[in-house]
Design a binder for this molecule. Structure first.
Ligand SMILES: [Zn+2]
Ligand SMILES: [Zn+2]
Length: 211
C-alpha cells in the first residue's frame, strides 16, 4: 500500500489530486509489487499507453522517466501500463478491468461537462469537488484486482539509453541526434527543417501546376 505521505508527494509533483492520478498510483503499486522499482536508474522500464495524469504517478513512484529513456509512451489512448524488469525480462501489463466501474455514469459526465464548459452553478461546483474527492478515496482504497487486470506478457525491454552522435543541421545550424537527421538534396536537415523543406516542395509544385 502507498502511504499518505507518498500520496502527498505524488499530488505535489502532479499539481492536483484527480481520479486519473489516483488510478496511476494504484497501477504503479502493481508495477512495484510485480517487478520492483528502479534502483540503479535503469533496471525497470514502464511502457505507458497514455500521456494523461496517471503517468505522473507512475514516473514518481517507479522512477521510470523520459530523461532516462525507461518511460516509453505508446500513443494508444489507453489507460494501460506495462512494467518490465531488465534483469530477468519479467513483464506485466496492467489494464483497467473491462467490467470495472470507473464512476463515469451519465449524471457524473453531465456534471463534468457543465464544469468544463463553465456553465456549472455554485451547487454544481461543490458537488463536483465532493464527487472528485470521493472518487479518489474510493480508487485509493479499492482492492487492486477490482480496478485492474494484470497479465504476464512477453515484451522485450527497449535498448538502454546510449550516447548518440550528433550532426549540425545545414538549414538552422542546430545540433540534432544523428538518428533524427534526414538527408534531402545533399543537405543534412533536422526534422523541423526537413518538414519545412518538404512543405516548401509541395507549395512549389502546387504553384508550378497552377501557373
Ligand atoms: Zn490530473
Ligand atoms: Zn534545422
Amino acid at each position: 500500500m502507498i502511504d499518505d505521505e507518498t500520496v502527498a508527494r505524488v499530488v505535489e509533483f502532479h499539481g492536483h489530486m484527480c481520479a486519473g492520478l489516483a488510478l496511476g498510483i494504484r497501477a504503479a503499486e502493481i508495477g512495484l509489487a510485480e517487478v520492483g522499482r528502479n534502483r540503479t536508474g535503469d533496471d525497470v522500464v514502464a511502457v505507458v499507453e497514455t500521456d494523461m495524469c496517471a503517468v505522473d504517478a507512475i514516473q514518481l513512484l517507479t522512477g521510470c522517466t523520459f530523461g532516462k529513456g525507461n518511460l516509453v509512451h505508446r500513443d494508444h489512448g489507453k489507460s494501460a501500463y506495462t512494467f518490465i524488469r531488465r534483469a530477468d525480462g519479467k513483464a506485466v501489463r496492467v489494464s483497467p478491468r473491462p467490467d470495472g466501474s470507473d464512476g463515469n455514469d451519465s449524471t457524473w459526465l453531465a456534471l463534468f461537462a457543465r464544469v468544463r464548459t463553465g456553465t456549472a452553478t455554485a451547487e454544481d461546483k461543490a458537488a463536483f469537488i465532493a464527487g472528485q474527492r470521493e472518487r479518489c478515496t474510493r480508487i485509493l482504497e479499492a482492492p487492486l484486482d477490482e480496478l485492474y487486470e494484470v497479465r504476464r506478457v512477453n515484451i522485450a525491454a527497449p535498448p538502454r539509453a546510449r550516447v548518440m552522435a550528433s550532426l549540425d543541421c545545414d538549414a538552422c545550424g542546430e545540433r540534432a541526434a544523428e538518428t533524427r537527421i534526414r538527408h534531402l538534396d545533399g543537405q543534412s536537415l533536422c526534422l523541423p527543417c526537413f518538414e519545412d523543406a518538404l512543405a516548401g516542395d509541395v507549395r512549389l509544385s502546387l504553384t508550378t501546376r497552377s501557373s
